[in-house]
Write a protein of this length. Sequence first.
Lengths: 99, 198
Amino acid sequence: VDISWFVVLSAFIFCIGAAGVLTRRSPLVILLCIELMLNAGNLALIAFSRMAGNGEGQIFALIVMVVAACEVVIGLGIIVAMYRRRLPIDVDSMSELRG
Amino acid sequence: LFFEQLLFFVAGIGAIAGAVGVVTLRNPFFSVLALVAHLISLSVLFLLLSAAFLAAAQVVVYAGAVMVLYVFVVAYVGGADEDMRHESTGWLGILGPLFALVLLVELTIAVVGSGLSVLDTRGADVGAGFGAPGQIGELLLTKFLLPFEIASFLLLVAAVGAVMLARKRRGLEEPPDTISVADLVRSDAGTQKEAVRG
Protein backbone atom coordinates (compact mmCIF):
# COMPACT_ATOMS: atom_id res chain seq x y z
CA VAL A 1 0.00 0.00 0.00
CA ASP A 2 1.44 3.33 -0.99
CA ILE A 3 2.11 6.03 1.56
CA SER A 4 -0.24 8.38 -0.30
CA TRP A 5 -3.21 6.17 0.58
CA PHE A 6 -2.48 6.59 4.25
CA VAL A 7 -2.11 10.35 3.87
CA VAL A 8 -5.42 10.64 1.99
CA LEU A 9 -7.14 8.55 4.66
CA SER A 10 -5.68 10.80 7.32
CA ALA A 11 -7.02 13.87 5.48
CA PHE A 12 -10.47 12.26 5.36
CA ILE A 13 -10.51 11.54 9.08
CA PHE A 14 -9.23 15.03 9.87
CA CYS A 15 -12.05 16.60 7.87
CA ILE A 16 -14.69 14.42 9.50
CA GLY A 17 -13.36 15.53 12.89
CA ALA A 18 -13.34 19.18 11.80
CA ALA A 19 -16.95 18.88 10.62
CA GLY A 20 -17.88 17.45 14.01
CA VAL A 21 -16.19 20.28 15.88
CA LEU A 22 -17.97 22.82 13.68
CA THR A 23 -21.45 21.33 13.91
CA ARG A 24 -21.93 19.55 17.23
CA ARG A 25 -22.76 21.46 20.38
CA SER A 26 -22.09 19.06 23.21
CA PRO A 27 -18.58 19.66 24.58
CA LEU A 28 -18.17 15.92 25.14
CA VAL A 29 -18.66 15.19 21.46
CA ILE A 30 -16.46 18.14 20.51
CA LEU A 31 -13.65 16.65 22.62
CA LEU A 32 -14.18 13.33 20.84
CA CYS A 33 -13.93 15.09 17.48
CA ILE A 34 -10.70 16.79 18.56
CA GLU A 35 -9.43 13.30 19.34
CA LEU A 36 -10.33 12.32 15.79
CA MET A 37 -8.33 15.22 14.39
CA LEU A 38 -5.32 14.46 16.58
CA ASN A 39 -5.41 10.83 15.53
CA ALA A 40 -5.55 11.81 11.88
CA GLY A 41 -2.42 13.85 12.49
CA ASN A 42 -0.83 10.86 14.18
CA LEU A 43 -1.60 8.65 11.19
CA ALA A 44 0.04 11.13 8.83
CA LEU A 45 3.08 11.42 11.11
CA ILE A 46 3.53 7.66 11.26
CA ALA A 47 3.05 7.34 7.51
CA PHE A 48 5.77 9.91 6.91
CA SER A 49 7.96 8.19 9.46
CA ARG A 50 7.58 4.96 7.50
CA MET A 51 8.37 6.82 4.29
CA ALA A 52 11.52 8.39 5.69
CA GLY A 53 12.60 5.14 7.27
CA ASN A 54 13.55 6.54 10.66
CA GLY A 55 11.55 6.47 13.84
CA GLU A 56 11.43 10.19 14.54
CA GLY A 57 7.88 10.64 13.30
CA GLN A 58 6.78 7.96 15.72
CA ILE A 59 8.28 9.96 18.58
CA PHE A 60 6.23 12.92 17.37
CA ALA A 61 3.12 10.76 17.37
CA LEU A 62 3.88 9.55 20.88
CA ILE A 63 4.21 13.13 22.15
CA VAL A 64 0.93 14.01 20.40
CA MET A 65 -0.72 11.16 22.27
CA VAL A 66 0.61 12.52 25.58
CA VAL A 67 -0.69 15.99 24.81
CA ALA A 68 -4.05 14.55 23.76
CA ALA A 69 -4.33 12.67 27.04
CA CYS A 70 -3.62 15.86 29.01
CA GLU A 71 -6.18 17.76 26.95
CA VAL A 72 -8.79 15.08 27.58
CA VAL A 73 -8.19 15.11 31.32
CA ILE A 74 -8.52 18.89 31.60
CA GLY A 75 -11.49 19.04 29.20
CA LEU A 76 -13.40 16.36 31.04
CA GLY A 77 -12.59 18.07 34.34
CA ILE A 78 -14.11 21.30 33.01
CA ILE A 79 -17.21 19.41 31.84
CA VAL A 80 -17.62 17.82 35.26
CA ALA A 81 -17.23 21.25 36.87
CA MET A 82 -19.89 22.64 34.51
CA TYR A 83 -22.20 19.80 35.46
CA ARG A 84 -21.63 20.39 39.17
CA ARG A 85 -22.61 24.03 38.80
CA ARG A 86 -25.80 23.03 36.98
CA LEU A 87 -24.68 24.84 33.86
CA PRO A 88 -26.06 23.63 30.56
CA ILE A 89 -23.71 21.22 28.81
CA ASP A 90 -23.77 23.23 25.63
CA VAL A 91 -20.96 25.19 24.04
CA ASP A 92 -23.22 27.81 22.53
CA SER A 93 -24.40 29.04 25.90
CA MET A 94 -20.90 28.91 27.37
CA SER A 95 -19.43 31.84 25.53
CA GLU A 96 -17.33 33.41 28.27
CA LEU A 97 -14.40 32.27 30.32
CA ARG A 98 -15.45 34.27 33.37
CA GLY A 99 -16.94 32.12 36.06
CA LEU B 1 0.89 -8.25 -1.17
CA PHE B 2 -2.82 -8.85 -1.49
CA PHE B 3 -3.43 -9.52 2.17
CA GLU B 4 -1.84 -6.23 3.12
CA GLN B 5 -4.10 -4.28 0.76
CA LEU B 6 -7.16 -6.10 2.04
CA LEU B 7 -6.20 -5.29 5.61
CA PHE B 8 -5.62 -1.65 4.69
CA PHE B 9 -9.05 -1.28 3.13
CA VAL B 10 -10.85 -3.09 5.94
CA ALA B 11 -9.09 -1.01 8.59
CA GLY B 12 -9.51 2.21 6.60
CA ILE B 13 -13.23 1.67 6.12
CA GLY B 14 -13.50 0.84 9.82
CA ALA B 15 -11.66 4.03 10.75
CA ILE B 16 -13.83 6.22 8.51
CA ALA B 17 -17.03 4.52 9.70
CA GLY B 18 -16.00 5.04 13.32
CA ALA B 19 -15.22 8.71 12.66
CA VAL B 20 -18.57 9.26 10.93
CA GLY B 21 -20.27 7.50 13.84
CA VAL B 22 -18.59 9.82 16.35
CA VAL B 23 -19.89 12.87 14.50
CA THR B 24 -23.39 11.67 13.64
CA LEU B 25 -24.56 9.53 16.54
CA ARG B 26 -26.88 11.38 18.87
CA ASN B 27 -26.08 9.64 22.13
CA PRO B 28 -22.62 10.64 23.45
CA PHE B 29 -22.18 7.14 24.85
CA PHE B 30 -22.45 5.62 21.37
CA SER B 31 -20.10 8.31 20.09
CA VAL B 32 -17.50 7.12 22.59
CA LEU B 33 -17.98 3.52 21.49
CA ALA B 34 -17.63 4.55 17.84
CA LEU B 35 -14.38 6.30 18.75
CA VAL B 36 -13.12 3.09 20.36
CA ALA B 37 -13.80 1.22 17.12
CA HIS B 38 -12.07 3.99 15.20
CA LEU B 39 -9.00 3.83 17.44
CA ILE B 40 -8.68 0.07 17.11
CA SER B 41 -8.91 0.36 13.31
CA LEU B 42 -6.23 3.03 13.44
CA SER B 43 -3.95 0.75 15.45
CA VAL B 44 -4.26 -1.84 12.67
CA LEU B 45 -3.16 0.87 10.24
CA PHE B 46 -0.21 1.66 12.51
CA LEU B 47 0.76 -2.00 12.38
CA LEU B 48 0.65 -1.87 8.59
CA LEU B 49 3.06 1.05 8.79
CA SER B 50 5.30 -1.16 10.98
CA ALA B 51 4.86 0.99 14.05
CA ALA B 52 4.31 -1.87 16.45
CA PHE B 53 4.93 -0.02 19.69
CA LEU B 54 2.59 2.82 18.78
CA ALA B 55 -0.13 0.37 17.78
CA ALA B 56 0.12 -1.27 21.17
CA ALA B 57 0.18 2.10 22.94
CA GLN B 58 -2.85 3.19 20.92
CA VAL B 59 -4.87 0.20 22.06
CA VAL B 60 -3.71 0.25 25.68
CA VAL B 61 -3.58 3.98 26.38
CA TYR B 62 -6.25 5.36 24.07
CA ALA B 63 -8.82 2.65 23.54
CA GLY B 64 -8.25 1.43 27.06
CA ALA B 65 -7.55 4.20 29.54
CA VAL B 66 -8.69 7.42 27.90
CA MET B 67 -11.93 5.96 26.62
CA VAL B 68 -12.75 4.53 30.04
CA LEU B 69 -12.37 8.07 31.37
CA TYR B 70 -14.78 9.28 28.69
CA VAL B 71 -17.30 6.57 29.53
CA PHE B 72 -17.15 7.51 33.22
CA VAL B 73 -17.75 11.18 32.49
CA VAL B 74 -20.60 10.43 30.06
CA ALA B 75 -22.20 8.23 32.68
CA TYR B 76 -21.70 10.89 35.34
CA VAL B 77 -22.98 13.83 33.34
CA GLY B 78 -25.80 11.70 31.99
CA GLY B 79 -25.45 11.06 28.32
CA ALA B 80 -28.86 12.23 27.31
CA ASP B 81 -29.67 12.29 23.65
CA GLU B 82 -28.92 15.61 22.13
CA ASP B 83 -31.69 17.33 20.35
CA MET B 84 -30.51 17.23 16.77
CA ARG B 85 -33.12 19.73 15.66
CA HIS B 86 -31.34 22.37 17.65
CA GLU B 87 -28.01 21.00 16.53
CA SER B 88 -27.66 23.01 13.35
CA THR B 89 -29.11 26.40 13.98
CA GLY B 90 -29.01 29.11 11.36
CA TRP B 91 -26.00 29.89 9.28
CA LEU B 92 -23.66 27.96 11.56
CA GLY B 93 -25.35 24.69 10.67
CA ILE B 94 -24.77 25.34 6.99
CA LEU B 95 -21.33 26.87 7.21
CA GLY B 96 -19.88 24.18 9.47
CA PRO B 97 -20.13 21.22 7.07
CA LEU B 98 -19.32 23.58 4.20
CA PHE B 99 -16.03 24.58 5.80
CA ALA B 100 -15.23 20.93 6.45
CA LEU B 101 -15.92 20.09 2.80
CA VAL B 102 -13.73 22.98 1.62
CA LEU B 103 -10.98 21.75 3.93
CA LEU B 104 -11.30 18.24 2.53
CA VAL B 105 -11.07 19.46 -1.08
CA GLU B 106 -8.09 21.61 -0.20
CA LEU B 107 -6.26 18.81 1.59
CA THR B 108 -6.99 16.33 -1.20
CA ILE B 109 -5.67 18.76 -3.78
CA ALA B 110 -2.60 19.31 -1.65
CA VAL B 111 -1.95 15.61 -1.23
CA VAL B 112 -2.98 14.14 -4.57
CA GLY B 113 -2.97 17.01 -7.02
CA SER B 114 0.42 18.45 -6.27
CA GLY B 115 2.21 15.58 -7.91
CA LEU B 116 4.14 14.50 -4.87
CA SER B 117 5.64 11.48 -6.55
CA VAL B 118 7.68 10.81 -3.44
CA LEU B 119 4.45 9.71 -1.76
CA ASP B 120 3.89 6.92 -4.27
CA THR B 121 6.30 4.61 -2.58
CA ARG B 122 5.99 1.81 -0.14
CA GLY B 123 8.45 3.62 2.08
CA ALA B 124 12.09 3.09 2.75
CA ASP B 125 13.47 -0.33 3.46
CA VAL B 126 13.43 -0.83 7.16
CA GLY B 127 14.71 -3.64 9.27
CA ALA B 128 12.81 -5.80 11.67
CA GLY B 129 13.52 -3.53 14.62
CA PHE B 130 11.75 -0.54 13.09
CA GLY B 131 9.10 0.83 15.40
CA ALA B 132 9.91 -1.68 18.09
CA PRO B 133 10.00 -0.55 21.73
CA GLY B 134 13.78 -0.69 21.67
CA GLN B 135 14.12 1.86 18.90
CA ILE B 136 11.45 4.14 20.37
CA GLY B 137 13.06 4.03 23.79
CA GLU B 138 16.51 4.70 22.43
CA LEU B 139 15.28 7.72 20.47
CA LEU B 140 13.32 9.03 23.46
CA LEU B 141 16.28 8.84 25.80
CA THR B 142 18.94 10.17 23.45
CA LYS B 143 17.81 12.48 20.69
CA PHE B 144 14.42 13.44 22.08
CA LEU B 145 15.27 13.62 25.77
CA LEU B 146 14.03 17.19 26.19
CA PRO B 147 10.55 16.57 24.67
CA PHE B 148 10.34 13.45 26.79
CA GLU B 149 10.97 15.41 30.00
CA ILE B 150 8.61 18.19 28.95
CA ALA B 151 5.92 15.60 28.26
CA SER B 152 6.34 14.11 31.72
CA PHE B 153 6.07 17.56 33.27
CA LEU B 154 2.96 18.25 31.17
CA LEU B 155 1.37 15.06 32.47
CA LEU B 156 2.10 16.17 36.03
CA VAL B 157 0.50 19.57 35.39
CA ALA B 158 -2.55 17.93 33.83
CA ALA B 159 -2.95 15.56 36.77
CA VAL B 160 -2.78 18.44 39.28
CA GLY B 161 -5.23 20.47 37.21
CA ALA B 162 -7.67 17.60 36.95
CA VAL B 163 -7.61 17.11 40.72
CA MET B 164 -8.21 20.81 41.27
CA LEU B 165 -11.06 20.92 38.76
CA ALA B 166 -12.85 17.79 39.81
CA ARG B 167 -12.61 17.81 43.58
CA LYS B 168 -15.55 18.61 45.77
CA ARG B 169 -16.18 22.30 46.13
CA ARG B 170 -16.06 22.43 49.89
CA GLY B 171 -14.00 19.34 50.31
CA LEU B 172 -10.79 21.05 51.38
CA GLU B 173 -10.09 24.10 53.45
CA GLU B 174 -8.18 26.70 51.57
CA PRO B 175 -7.02 30.19 52.43
CA PRO B 176 -9.54 32.65 51.01
CA ASP B 177 -7.04 35.15 49.63
CA THR B 178 -5.30 32.92 47.17
CA ILE B 179 -6.50 32.94 43.61
CA SER B 180 -6.50 29.45 42.22
CA VAL B 181 -8.19 27.24 39.71
CA ALA B 182 -10.78 26.52 42.39
CA ASP B 183 -12.16 30.02 41.86
CA LEU B 184 -13.31 28.92 38.44
CA VAL B 185 -15.46 26.18 39.85
CA ARG B 186 -16.73 27.82 43.04
CA SER B 187 -20.47 27.74 43.24
CA ASP B 188 -21.22 31.00 45.03
CA ALA B 189 -19.92 33.25 42.27
CA GLY B 190 -23.30 33.84 40.68
CA THR B 191 -26.49 32.29 39.55
CA GLN B 192 -26.76 30.09 36.55
CA LYS B 193 -28.42 32.79 34.53
CA GLU B 194 -25.65 35.24 35.25
CA ALA B 195 -23.07 32.64 34.34
CA VAL B 196 -24.77 31.90 31.05
CA ARG B 197 -25.53 35.46 30.08
CA GLY B 198 -22.31 36.89 31.44
